[in-house]
Ligand binder design. Structure first.
Ligand SMILES: Nc1ncnc2c1ncn2[C@@H]1O[C@H](COP(=O)(O)OP(=O)(O)OP(=O)(O)O)[C@@H](O)[C@H]1O
Length: 257
């Protein structure tokens, strides 16, 4: 099986700091791949490079076997690589439906073809309701509710549902449970697994080892800007993973640096 998203030799420097150092990356179809690493290891730089938020100094990225070079997050999104950042990029005063369709609004046919085309609210509301319902998020009753009235977990749910709703090939989740309580984290972890069950592979950046070990199929351990190793969570303990990422223990197949 070929990776759906692959990178070879990604490097990125900020002045004297090397954020990515000849880093390789592989995401297989239908998997949840967690990326773990100590603070400053380069995890954010990796996902920013994969999602067009930064341009790597060197290296190559392939989506579905085709080499790509995203010059913006919008370009990556249009190609099917969606990123849900911790900040969620939503407009709190707008409704759930409006937020789900932000930048992809549906319009009714207008006067003289495309002139004065009004938003097709009923269609947007219906589709938003369907998408949330498909992912088991119908505890959110009112699609016209402002996002600011939702809990943190519900907001995260809407952001993930939005990412999953529009033919994404890959979803990148940046610390999706960091700001959530136990119950809300539970719902978001279930949602992540529902998204995988729908065939969409996920890259999960998280410092939360129990969450990573619960949902990840494989774990990419990142250290000093590089992919150190990729492990199967069934074969290692959380303490092993932390020891690899901090350098306290040699990673499989590698001598201690
Ligand atoms: N815009 C920037 N300008 C200068 N240095 C940067 C910039 N972005 C990242 N860095 C540096 O690059 C290195 C890798 O940072 P990055 O944010 O990718 O790591 P991280 O693994 O995501 O860390 P954390 O877990 O703390 O978020 C760090 O030393 C960081 O200070």
């Amino acid at each position: 099986m070929e990776p759906i998203l692959k990178a070879r030799g990604l490097s990125k420097r900020y002045g004297k700091v090397t954020a990515l150092d000849n880093c390789d990356f592989d995401l297989m179809p239908g998997e949840i791949l967690a990326v773990i690493g100590d603070n400053g290891a380069g995890k954010s730089s990796l996902i920013k490079a994969l999602s067009g938020a930064i341009t790597p100094d060197s290296g190559e990225i392939f989506l579905d076997g085709q080499q790509v070079s995203f010059n913006s997050p919008i370009a990556a999104r249009l190609a099917g690589v969606e990123t849900v950042y911790q900040t969620l990029a939503m407009s709190p005063a707008l409704s759930i439906a409006d937020n789900m369709f932000m930048g992809r609004e549906l319009r009714k046919p207008g006067i003289m073809g495309s002139l004065f085309r009004q938003l097709d609210r009923p269609a947007m509301e219906r589709i938003a309701r369907e998408k949330l319902s498909e992912l088991g998020l119908m505890t959110i009753q009112n699609i016209n509710q402002a996002v600011e009235t939702l809990s943190g977990g519900q907001r995260q749910g809407v952001a993930v549902a939005r990412a999953a709703a529009f033919g994404s090939k890959v979803i990148i989740l940046d610390e999706p449970t960091a700001a959530l309580g136990v119950k809300e984290s539970r719902r978001v972890l279930d949602l992540i697994q529902d998204v995988r069950a729908r065939g969409i592979p996920i890259i999960l950046i998280s410092h939360n080892m129990p969450h990573v070990f619960e949902v990840a199929d494989r774990i990419h351990v990142h250290r000093l800007g590089k992919r150190l190793c990729v492990i199967d969570p069934k074969d290692y303990t959380m303490s092993d993973a932390v020891a690899f990422m901090t350098g306290a223990k040699a990673a499989p197949g590698l001598a201690l640096a």
